[in-house]
Design a protein around this ligand. Structure first.
Ligand code: ZN
Length: 169
């Protein structure tokens, strides 16, 4: 196994990718299979840093404590936030699954408007019929999300932070 520090050229998000070999990385990169877990961009390259060889053997034994749970709110209040990280190797299937998930989120949000900080206000206005409904996403604190749920307004946490378009460069 080889681990690369990768960087998406769209948003300069850094993340780690685990590959069988450097060839496997190049093949996956060529086919656009390597995508940024933060913004789903497939324009991913190696960050400027030498690759490290993953140690064989007791990787699992040295596994870190479970990563802290993200607050179940639509997006973090201070984007762009770093992606959740683990310092233990993830199985390639898990990495691929997360990349697929990031893509799916990006796909799903295409038809959704980023309401940013006014997400809570707008979601509430729609619920109470004060304005036309549409699909939006944005930021809410844990407390705000709870309030919305208590009022019967369906909100869902997103698996990955959403980078506002104006910060995506
Ligand atoms: Zn990115």
């Amino acid at each position: 196994m080889i681990v690369y520090d990768l960087e998406c050229r769209t948003g300069q998000h850094r993340f780690e990718g685990w590959f069988k070999s450097s060839d496997a990385f190049l093949r996956q990169q060529e086919r656009g299979l390597v995508s940024c877990p933060q913004c789903g961009s497939g324009d991913v390259g190696k960050a400027v840093q030498a690759p490290r060889l993953a140690r064989k053997g007791n990787q699992l034994a040295e596994a870190a404590p479970a990563p802290r749970r993200q607050s179940p709110v639509p997006a973090a209040p201070t984007p762009p936030t770093p992606a959740p990280m683990a310092n233990a190797p993830l199985p390639p299937q898990a990495v691929q699954m997360m990349q697929a998930l990031a893509k799916m989120q990006a796909e799903a949000l295409k038809s959704s408007r980023n309401a940013g900080e006014s997400f809570v206000k707008e979601a509430r206005a729609m619920h109470y019929g004060e304005r036309d409904t549409e699909t939006i996403h944005g930021q809410a604190t844990l407390g705000e999300a709870k309030e919305l749920l208590e009022e019967g307004i369906a909100v869902m946490p997103l698996p990955f932070a959403v980078i506002p378009p104006e910060q995506a460069n």
